[in-house]
Design a protein around this ligand. Structure first.
Ligand SMILES: *[C@@H]1O[C@H](CO)[C@@H](O)[C@H](O)[C@H]1NC(C)=O
Ligand SMILES: *[C@@H]1O[C@H](CO)[C@@H](O)[C@H](O)[C@H]1NC(C)=O
Ligand SMILES: [Ca+2]
Length: 271
């Protein structure tokens, strides 16, 4: 099969994937034209957004490549980003793509993002590869730590647990439970290198499908964080370690709760 034929096949596969996903999403919170659940997308399209551990718009092209490679992926191509966008991937942050292109996917037109347009907002192939942006990676296979979790309850641990975690780890756990349910996080063990503002190593909780919105808190040290209950059916946990000093790591359990169980939980906490 020619290269073009193969590409066409892949595109077709993507289209069928999209149809299936769109059908599913009717039950999964498709609101205002935006799929509020990019976990589907991470599975369906394999495309995701990352920023530097220093914050937004800090990655040169070379660094962006390294971020994706670290997780076993590659820079997303423009077509992969568009395929993801068509199933609802919407991120308001420009990132590097394959071959030094820069852009971001907009599903719903808004005045504060994407100049009111819908589609891939395309900044073109950058001549200056030292410019700093975020990045879009492509990796259809989850790596060892992190990943997409859809079971109603599960225990999640830091990489290598119960051994100490290693330096230079980046893990993202995306949790999605049934639409209408919420996620209760309960910590069982917690030991992360402690420093002011948890800048070295930390676990972050996001009440959201990604690490762009819904920031709940950043945790380090050896005190068990409080239980947390999500507002929706998705949650993201992000673990980072820097290049020196490790610690015991963490173990936590998440449980999907329905509205009546939630009521009981809240009643308990007031009695
Ligand atoms: C390339 O971009 C960087 C970062 O924005 C800037 O410091 C540098 O001057 C640019 N180089 C050229 C040749 O424009
Ligand atoms: C919530 O879950 C509990 C335990 O699984 C079940 O007994 C109850 O019927 C559920 N309630 C609703 C409203 O789904
Ligand atoms: Ca460390």
């Amino acid at each position: 099969m020619s290269h073009c034929g193969l590409r066409a096949m892949r595109a077709l596969t993507a289209v069928f994937g999209v149809l299936i996903v769109l059908k599913e999403t009717e039950a999964w919170g498709y609101k205002n034209g935006i799929l509020h659940n990019s976990i589907w997308l991470e599975q369906a399209a394999g495309v995701y957004h990352r920023e530097s551990r220093k914050g937004r718009y800090q990655l040169t092209y070379k660094e962006a490549k390294a971020v994706c490679n670290f997780e076993g992926g590659t820079l997303a191509t423009f077509d992969q980003l568009e395929a993801a966008r068509q199933i609802g991937f919407h991120v308001c942050a420009a990132g590097w793509l394959d071959k030094g292109r820069v852009g971001y996917p907009i599903v719903k037109a808004g005045s504060n993002c994407g100049f009111g347009k819908v589609g891939i907002i395309d900044y073109g192939y950058r001549l200056n590869k030292s410019e700093r942006w975020d990045v879009y990676c492509y990796n259809p296979v989850a790596k060892e730590c992190g990943g997409v979790h859809t079971d109603p309850e599960k225990v999640l641990v830091s990489p290598g647990y119960p051994d100490e975690y290693q330096d230079e780890q980046i893990c993202y756990w995306h949790i999605r439970v049934r639409f209408g349910h919420r996620i209760r996080l309960h910590f069982l063990d917690f030991d992360i290198e402690e420093d002011t503002d948890c800048l070295s190593d930390h676990l972050e909780i996001y009440d959201s499908y990604d690490d762009v919105s819904g920031f709940v808190g950043r945790y380090c040290g050896d005190q068990l964080p409080d239980d947390f209950i999500s507002t929706g059916n998705v949650m993201t946990l992000k673990f980072l370690s820097d290049s020196s000093v490790t610690a015991g790591g963490f173990k936590l359990q998440y449980i999907s709760v329905n509205s009546s169980q939630l009521f009981d939980l809240l009643a308990d906490s007031f009695s």
